[in-house]
Design a protein around this ligand. Sequence first.
Ligand code: MF3
Ligand code: CO
Length: 258
Amino acid sequence: MIILRSRAEIEKIRTSCAIVAEILDELVVNIRPGVTTWDLNAISEDLTATKHAKPAFKGYNGYPFALCASVNEEVVHGMPSKKRRLKAGDIIGLDFGVVVDGYYGDAAVTVAVGAITEAAVNLCTVTEECLYEGIARAVSGNHLSDISHAIQDYVEKRGFSVVRDFVGHGIGQHLHESPQVPNYGPPGRGVKLKPGMVLAIEPMINAGSPEVEILEDEWTAVTLDRELSAHFEHTIAVTENGPLILTARKNQFTKLYG
Ligand code: MF3
Ligand code: CO
């Protein structure tokens, strides 16, 4: 069952999403060589408390941190560590969520550490762009898989691959609600989109093969071929007037990479 959210509920989700966006913007300005993923998690926890929100991921299925920080070949669910010190040339996915007054927000960006290769810039660019291709299909009357198909088509035409093992999701009073939102598939399938649906769309795109494996820590997903992976995510609402990006960042147009 997919819950249709009222205007008032979407405003509550938007409150959480705005905090997520502010904290991601703040994390982005802290990305530089020498910073550890542990430091980034600590910053995210401090800011969350300052803004009277609660981290959405901490404690979720036993995940111990507020932030997922996935470096280079790490796809998603990278665990912050004092030993993971960023160096020039890395890319880092920052995935973050909060809950305020029972309503959730969730978003992710991938950021360059210093100068990165042209191949890495291309991967990040295509991953961010395919998210917007998907969002553009989040229109009342479209089918759910029109989003999925638009993402896959955009990515594969540019020579990259779509991770299958993780998907986007409905979001609202839980971090993960129905429906699942795959980043691949044929168009015209699944439910018809309706105003009030709130979705977290989150393509994870690999430079090489789409296969992933989970490390011994039981969380960190890495590419099987250890090539680079990038991840962008927005929480959006389907409205009468088209898709509304609830996690839009103030620094949306400052360069994250390249
Ligand atoms: N954005 C991710 C998701 O929706 C982050 C979840 S991490 C977890 O699945 F720790 F909460 F699982
Ligand atoms: Co998510």
